[in-house]
Design a protein around this ligand. Structure first.
Ligand SMILES: Nc1ncnc2c1ncn2[C@@H]1O[C@H](COP(=O)(O)OP(=O)(O)OP(=O)(O)O)[C@@H](O)[C@H]1O
Ligand SMILES: [Mg+2]
Length: 228
């Protein structure tokens, strides 16, 4: 086993059989000790956060697999906070895909002249580049194509998948009386045929969820969804 990447919240190792092992850490993103899923720095360490994030990720990825959505998931070991996945080729040096149902976070900061906090956004999809030094700038389809990051066909497919997956997660949360405001995904090309699949994680740190109009912290969200 060989570590190939040290991330902010996970480490990536290459296994002898060619698959990857994602190791979920207890570090979470935020600033000045306050959790913020949109932040680009590790803000704090919470005992058990890695395992909680993995439990929720396993839960959602298994639901998605059952529904026929292509993902990188193979299996998970919650005790060890590790998940075995198929290796993917990411778009460019990494691309995020956000599906938004209500205006919060960076969308609100950017377009504050025109929108109000919590305003409905009708499954709006945007593509921020993973570029911490430039605060993850959102990029258009034309720019993705002209820069050779992805093709138009891939853009359409990723956008459709993000809406489809977002709707499934939104419905799962709604079963617990929780409303999904936004969610962040990553996609990649998997296998010899470079088929587009959902990669990375779907944990509390990747979404903003509200109950009775109040924001729910990731660890609480994981409890509300997984503990009956
Ligand atoms: N199946 C996969 N194949 C290849 N890379 C993957 C796969 N799944 C996840 N990754 C990558 O593994 C890394 C996990 O690290 P981590 O979640 O800590 O994020 P990061 O890149 O440091 O930054 P960010 O917090 O912005 O996500 C990410 O770069 C992600 O793109
Ligand atoms: Mg990440």
């Amino acid at each position: 086993m060989r570590r190939i990447y040290t991330g902010k919240t996970k480490d990536v190792c290459a296994l002898d059989d060619g698959n990857y092992l994602l190791k979920f850490k207890d570090d979470v993103t935020g600033e000045n000790g306050v959790f913020d899923p949109g932040a680009n720095t590790v803000g704090l360490t919470i005992e058990g956060a890695g395992r909680a994030g993995l439990r929720l990720t396993k839960h959602f990825l298994e639901i998605l697999e059952e529904k026929g959505i292509p993902t990188h998931y193979i299996d998970a070991n919650v005790e060890e906070a590790t998940m075995t996945v198929k290796p993917a080729e990411v778009f460019g040096n990494g691309l995020e895909v956000i599906c938004r149902y209500r205006a919060v976070g960076s969308f609100l900061r950017r377009y504050g002249m025109y929108d109000k906090e919590g305003q409905p956004l009708d499954a709006f999809v945007e593509f921020p580049l993973k570029d911490d030094s430039r605060q993850d700038p959102p990029i258009t389809e034309d720019a993705l194509v002209v820069l050779g990051i992805m093709s138009s066909e891939e853009y359409r497919e990723v956008k459709n998948l993000a809406r489809k997956i977002g709707a499934i997660i939104k419905e799962e949360l709604a079963k617990k009386g929780i409303e999904l405001y936004d969610i962040k995904f990553e996609f990649g090309r998997v296998g010899e045929d470079r088929k587009i699949a959902l990669i990375d994680e779907i944990s509390g740190g990747n979404m903003r969820a509200y109950k009775d109009g109040k924001y729910i912290e990731p660890l609480m969200l994981e409890k509300l969804i997984l503990d009956a």
